[in-house]
Write a protein that binds this ligand. Structure first.
Ligand SMILES: Nc1nc2c(c(=O)[nH]1)N[C@H]1C(S)=C(S)[C@@H](COP(=O)(O)OP(=O)(O)OC[C@H]3O[C@@H](n4cnc5c(=O)[nH]c(N)nc54)[C@H](O)[C@@H]3O)O[C@H]1N2
Ligand SMILES: Nc1nc2c(c(=O)[nH]1)N[C@H]1C(S)=C(S)[C@@H](COP(=O)(O)OP(=O)(O)OC[C@H]3O[C@@H](n4cnc5c(=O)[nH]c(N)nc54)[C@H](O)[C@@H]3O)O[C@H]1N2
Ligand SMILES: [Mo]
Length: 792
């Protein structure tokens, strides 16, 4: 068992292996200082929650407290390994500033209240609004970080109980584009490939995916392949020189927002050099002629000019992709949060289809997830999706769900498309949405154009409920704050980016009166007196395991079939991939191995959209285009980004992550090692730009866009000329500043027309040297003690 320094050696030591060999086991662990392995009373089964990788781990418990974690050697995802956030993030559970009682707003102040008082307020307001205006007055904004049981329950309550279609998850900011790209190509969500494909691939291409920092254990798997015999070649597409770029055989650094042009150029080259598996394309796809015609207009020279690359680089990349025998592609936020997000991501699907690289070891596409449980938000229908990856536009699917829930079909709103989050904000802004219940997300830091977000959430006429473990920037704006139990304090299941389901068991009691989200939701349902058609209390389940059993029934026969799983099975097997029907209890490693898709018109999750405008296709159109449910090659034309750099704002601003922090840092800033490793925000500037602007490493700079300005310390290098990068992790909770640090002060209110995912990686910005004026600035080399001081 290795107790490595997870901060200075984030990926640990190499355990090299060759193609087709099993990835060796390496068990990582971290115990609190002074705790020895023999002091641990119990090891409790769980998995990692600070990314989407799904690393299997056990929680160490001593004297009723969490005292550490240990990777599980037999887990199919991590073979024992843990990343820095896995190793240290658990300390946040015991943070002294956890929320321990409900809070309600009285005379402008949040004050402590009992559960009865707080829930009574929530229920009174819900009932009053239902009477006054009907269900469209109420909305829910949830997460990619709860458990499947909780999402399924929330979907049932919002749609089957209240009957509102204002329900979305922060998955809208995260993997809405992954889901959209899969629906457009395969007719349905569902990750085609498996992490085990890393073991077999000879070329791995990462599109806008900094896996080294964001899925560090998966990256360890890649590093171990690179260190072994016959290593794969790597292609990295990212405007920054990330650790992935540094390890890559070939690094393309396109201008932000030009992904679609680049993809069209790569497909152009594959077709021009006949790197197409015509037999596969003929048998399993529709749409080839249109795609061929579209990409004919994207020769390397034209694409090079759009993307700020050389034609030779594009040809070289196409050659690498075209000559691969086992090609694995991954896609993440560099595509999903950038201009023409879904259209560009779909072209990666097209790439693997053209090359016939699907459903066999080492070949396929991973349209990645980001959050630990984002897959569950989508499949349970706690976002804009219909429970069980069903199709909103197919009445038979809605009827199926009504039957499962034993409610009238008319109760489930399906008269129009479900409301996506950015639209809900608009409704709140203009006053038609008057109740918003936010669970496990921190929109006052994570949404674009924060000044606007704050003004919407702070409105008197909006009743804001915030359910969190900490008093976040969003909680500060709430009318009622509900204290939640978190990972390690409650039981439930969740599913990672390659469809692996884990059970996470309760290890310790939550602090004070904090309660599991599931209990809070069911309590609300009972107080609202929701009933099924036979008068029975709705939802018909009452705890985690009965919710899981109900969810299994809702998933049966759908692509995300859980019916062969049980808590008992998940206590035995460390990670099972869905679909997992009763006759295949060990799950399914890869989808589409038989060249059959979930795309049949009566079965598919979506009839698709126009990739440029986002206009939905009619059911009849879909049926005519794809009667046999094949994979769909969909083409799209590149159009210019909405906010290109110009005279006043000459830079392209992108935002993203660093290895040590998770999102708005509610957990990682409370883990001393992680906070000390990255205590303060920074801005990446290229060498050339830094010289020209007389900016030096460590200088303070002001970065501004038409929405606002922030200050950050300069880091010189690691990014292409003309581009700036800011991490989005830094809100205000551990500073005395109120509005000049968070990257989202700068980002625009704009979203992808297909997936409705906000574009966090497209903005025009300016930068200049400038000290932040009005406060003390923490230095970059704070010690652990300094960090703890700050949090108190
Ligand atoms: N350490 C850490 N790990 C995490 C998280 C975390 O907060 N911290 N969050 C988790 C979650 S929810 C998510 S969604 C994932 C996200 O994981 P990633 O998508 O890997 O992370 P990002 O840093 O958001 O973006 C990836 C890269 O996109 C590049 N990029 C920006 N604009 C463009 C563009 O126009 N084109 C291209 N090709 N690339 C571009 C950026 O330079 C950046 O390196 O990480 C998960 N894992
Ligand atoms: N500029 C910019 N903005 C971005 C991004 C970007 O790349 N750039 N990325 C976007 C992406 S991909 C994502 S996923 C979002 C993430 O944005 P958020 O979802 O706002 O980020 P988190 O900090 O993870 O917030 C989760 C909250 O849930 C709480 N929590 C944790 N566990 C539980 C639980 O079990 N129950 C309850 N009730 N609460 C819990 C945490 O304390 C925390 O406050 O940010 C998006 N915003
Ligand atoms: Mo995300």
């Amino acid at each position: 068992m290795a107790q490595r320094d997870g901060i200075t050696q984030p990926w640990g030591t190499r355990t090299p292996y060759g193609p087709g060999e099993p990835w060796p086991v390496r068990v990582d662990s971290h115990l609190a200082e002074g705790v020895r392995p023999e002091d641990v009373d119990r090891w409790v089964r769980s998995a990692a929650v600070l990314h989407s990788n799904g690393d299997g781990l056990d929680i160490a418990v001593a004297d009723g407290r969490i005292v550490g974690v240990r990777g599980r050697a037999d887990d199919r995802v991590n073979h024992g390994r843990l990343d820095p956030k896995d190793l240290f993030g658990w300390q946040a559970n015991a943070s002294p500033d956890r929320l321990t009682t409900p809070l309600v707003r009285r005379d402008g102040e949040l004050v402590e209240a009992s559960w009865d008082e707080a829930m009574a307020l929530v229920v009174e307001r819900s009932k009053a609004l239902l009477d006054e205006q009907g269900p469209s007055a109420l909305g829910f904004y949830t997460s990619g970080q709860l458990f499947a049981e909780e999402y399924y329950t929330l979907a049932a309550i919002a749609r089957g109980g209240l009957g509102t279609n204002h329900l979305d998850g922060n998955t809208r900011l995260c993997t809405a584009t992954a889901a959209a790209a899969l629906k457009e190509t395969f007719g349905c969500d569902g990750q085609p490939a498996s992490y085990t494909d890393v073991d077999h691939a000879d070329v791995i291409a990462l599109f806008g995916h900094n896996a080294a920092e964001t899925q560090s254990v998966l990256w360890t798997r890649v590093l171990d392949r690179l260190a072994g015999p016959n290593p794969p070649s790597l292609l990295c597409v990212d405007p920054r020189e990330t650790p992935v770029a540094r390890a890559a055989t070939l690094h393309l650094a396109p201008l932000p927002g030009t992904n679609l042009a680049l993809m069209n150029g790569l497909l152009h080259e594959l077709i021009a050099h006949d790197r197409v598996d015509h037999d596969y394309v003929e048998r399993h796809t529709v749409g080839y002629a249109d795609l061929e015609k579209m990409v004919a207009d994207y020769p390397p020279e034209r694409v090079a000019a759009i993307c700020g690359l050389s034609a030779a680089e594009i040809r070289e990349a196409a050659e690498l992709l075209g000559s691969a025998e086992r090609l694995l592609c991954t896609v993440l936020q560099g595509f999903y949060q950038s201009h023409q997000a879904a259209a560009a991501s779909v072209q990666v699907n097209n790439l693997v289809l053209l090359r016939g690289m699907l459903g066999k070891p080492g070949a396929g596409v991973l349209q990645m997830n980001g959050q630990p449980t984002a897959e569950n938000t989508r499949e349970c229908g706690a976002d804009g999706d219909l429970t069980g990856l069903r199709n909103w536009a197919n009445d038979a699917h809605v009827a199926e769900l009504a039957k499962l829930w034993n409610v009238e079909q008319s109760q489930i709103p399906h008269y129009g498309p479900p409301t996506h989050l950015m639209q809900m904000l608009r409704y709140a802004e203009n006053g038609t949405l008057r109740f918003l219940w936010v669970s496990a997300t921190n929109p006052a830091v994570s949404l674009p154009e924060l000044r606007r977000v704050r003004s919407i959430l702070a409105q008197e006429r909006l009743f804001l409920v915030v359910q969190d473990a900490f008093r976040t920037e969003t909680a500060e704006l709430a009318d009622v704050v509900l204290p939640a139990a978190i990972w390690g304090e409650k039981t439930g299941t969740f599913t990672n980016a390659d469809r692996t389901v884990h059970l996470s068991e309760k290890a310790v009691e939550p602090p004070g009166q904090a309660r599991p989200d599931l209990d809070i939701l069911l309590d609300y349902a009972r107080r609202m007196n929701f009933r099924g058609r036979d008068g029975e209390p709705f939802p018909q389940w009452h705890d985690a395991e009965s919710a899981f059993e109900a969810w299994k029934r809702a998933s049966a026969g759908r692509p995300c079939d859980y019916s062969g799983l049980s808590y008992a099975k998940l206590r035995e097997t460390s990670g099972v991939q869905w679909p997992c029907p009763e006759d295949r209890p060990d799950g399914t490693e890869r989808l589409y191995t038989d060249g059959k898709f979930f795309a049949q018109p009566d079965y598919c999750e979506s009839y698709g959209r126009d990739l440029v405008t986002g206009a939905p296709m009619e059911p009849d159109e879909y049926r005519a285009m794809n009667p046999d449910g094949k994979a769909m090659l969909k083409a799209a034309e590149y159009v210019e980004p909405h906010e290109p750099p110009g005279e006043d704002h000459p830079f392209a601003l992108i935002t993203g992550r660093t290895i040590h922090h998770f999102h708005t840092r509610t957990k990682t800033a409370r883990a001393p090692q992680l906070q000390a490793a990255a205590p303060e925000s920074w801005v990446e500037v290229s060498d050339t730009d830094a010289k020209r602007l007389d900016l030096h490493e460590g200088d303070w700079a002001e970065i501004s866009t038409p929405r606002g300005r922030v200050h950050a310390r300069v880091r010189v290098g690691g990014i292409r000329e003309g581009v700036l990068f800011l991490p989005f992790h830094y809100g205000y909770f551990d500073t005395d500043r109120d509005d000049d640090r968070a990257a989202n002060e700068l980002t625009p209110t704009d979203w992808d027309p297909v997936s409705k995912q906000p574009l966090f990686k497209t903005a025009a910005a300016a930068i200049r040297r400038a000290e932040p004026a009005h406060r003390e600035v923490p230095s970059a080399d704070r010690t652990d003690n300094g960090v703890e001081e700050e949090l108190r």
